[in-house]
Design a protein around this ligand. Structure first.
Ligand code: AMP
Length: 144
């Protein structure tokens, strides 16, 4: 049994750091650093998700374009086909997708609106808590 993503959002909150596609890589890197996060969701008209831009994209842009990349817009560097999940998606499902597709961030949507983001750190924390609880229950059961 795995808990739904909603359980994580209820604890960590619904705040998501977003930026427009015209943001430069230099600005995006500052945002990532200031907020101590690994990903920014890129939003277009009416706050709809148009892409995701992560620290990996910063590294890739620097490797490919060198210092010229600093003035590039995130719109041209982001991943446009964003995998998202719902509040009902389970943490186990998310862990499998993140592992198989090799990304560490998944925006959460409800009725087409961005309502949160889950990182691999959140997933690991939640799984450890679940395992601890299961262990406590088993110990209590054995102790009678
Ligand atoms: P990450 O491991 O999250 O830093 O991302 C690794 C690569 O996958 C980067 O190029 C991201 O733009 C991309 N990426 C991250 N999250 C997602 C997602 N939810 N859907 C699609 N691509 C993603």
């Amino acid at each position: 049994m795995s808990v739904p993503v909603k359980t994580i959002l209820d604890v960590k909150g619904h705040e998501v750091v977003t930026a427009g596609p015209d943001t430069t890589l230099a600005e995006a890197a500052r945002t990532l650093s200031e907020h101590r996060i690994g990903a920014i969701v890129i939003v277009g008209m009416e706050g709809r998700i148009s892409g995701i831009f992560t620290e990996r994209d910063v590294v890739n842009a620097l490797a490919r374009l060198g210092k010229d990349s600093l003035d590039e817009t995130v719109g041209s560097l982001m991943t446009s086909k964003v995998y998202r999940c719902k509040e009902e998606t389970t943490v186990n499902e998310l862990m499998e997708v993140m592992t198989a597709r090799r990304f560490r961030h998944v925006p959460v949507e409800s009725k087409g609106k961005l309502i949160g983001i889950i990182s691999i750190g959140d997933v690991v924390k939640s799984r450890i808590r679940e395992i601890e609880l299961e262990t406590e229950q088993i110990k209590a059961y054995i102790a009678g």
